[in-house]
Design a protein around this ligand. Structure first.
Ligand code: SF4
Ligand SMILES: [Zn+2]
Length: 288
């Protein structure tokens, strides 16, 4: 086993992120970037990398803020919050915390049993809160910690669900298709999950390492296990999948322009947004 040189390893990771941001124009001059922070390794590396680039006088002039969404998962999210607070303080980045309880009136623990997977309401509510908060503070982009493995998993999941319209969401930046929809950028798009983990370990970063207790029941959790098994039997397969996706990811974007939800006014592909539909579903299940 070769010994990793910390300095070289860090330089490679950070220069990859810097190059991706420039090549794909992820950040514009004087942008305000809101990092979706969870306290886990991916979002923490995203914050570290962007914070370093923000201080780089030769780089694009931009500003940074961190938003954490507390889903309300007992014995899990509280550890991430601790790490997120410490790290933002250390890096001097403004920290904003929102919660499912504060915005929707219930924690994920309260409502997860109404759904086949806790990830269904979790993803919809988190996206809603992140977008609303980022838009309210005037952020130009939301930076997420999605790494290369996450992207491959998402792609395979859209195949398995035959959800072809989602293919247009593939890539390191999303289009601004509605005035209230803040575009998302993925600075770790080309960094493998293994390398993100290695970065956190060799730099002794204070992160939350726990796995969400609901993750194993999700399609994503199973897709991740499947891909990791294939990768150990055939090293390099993930990179090859990513290379194939890059070849074909420039698919036609959907022509569906989001409207405003009739109920809450947030961007939505139909008259009522997913968050409002999920809220209705929860209320119906509560009384039955
Ligand atoms: S694994 Fe699912 S339930 Fe857990 S934080 Fe992620 S999306 Fe939410
Ligand atoms: Zn709505």
């Amino acid at each position: 086993m070769s010994i990793v040189d910390k300095k070289t390893f860090n330089e490679e990771i950070f220069s990859n992120i810097r190059k991706l941001i420039i090549d794909y124009k992820l950040i514009g001059e004087r942008n305000l970037i809101a990092v979706a922070l969870s306290g886990g390794k991916d979002s923490v590396l995203t914050l570290y990398a962007l914070s370093q680039l923000k201080d780089d006088e030769d780089f694009i002039d931009f500003d940074l803020v961190a938003i954490l969404v507390n889903e309300g998962i007992k014995n899990y999210r509280n550890y991430g919050i601790e790490s997120a607070k410490k790290i933002t303080k250390k890096l001097g980045v403004e920290y904003i915390e929102k919660s499912f309880k504060g915005e929707f009136g219930y924690t994920l623990d309260d409502i997860h049993s109404y759904f086949k997977s806790a990830c269904i309401p979790c993803g919809v509510f988190r996206r809603n809160i992140l977008n609303k908060t980022a838009h309210d503070i005037g952020a130009d982009k939301i930076a997420t910690g999605h790494n290369m493995d996450d992207e491959i998993q998402s792609y395979l999941m859209t195949f398995s669900r035959a959800d072809i319209l989602k293919f247009s969401k593939f890539g390191p930046i999303s289009d601004k298709i509605h005035p209230k929809l803040v575009p998302r950028i993925k600075p770790l798009w080309e960094i493998s999950e293994k390398n993100v983990g290695m970065w956190a370990i060799i730099n002794e970063i204070d992160i939350h390492l726990g796995e969400c207790p609901y993750s194993n029941f999700s399609l994503r959790g199973k897709t991740k296990t499947f891909l990791n098994n294939v990768e150990s039997a055939h090293p390099g397969v993930k990179k090859d999948i990513m290379a194939s996706f890059k070849e074909i990811f420039d698919v036609e974007p959907t022509n569906a322009t989001p409207k405003d939800c009739n109920r809450c006014g947030e961007p939505s592909s139909s008259n009522i947004c997913m968050s409002c539909k999920i809220k209705d579903f929860i209320e119906e299940n509560k009384v039955s």
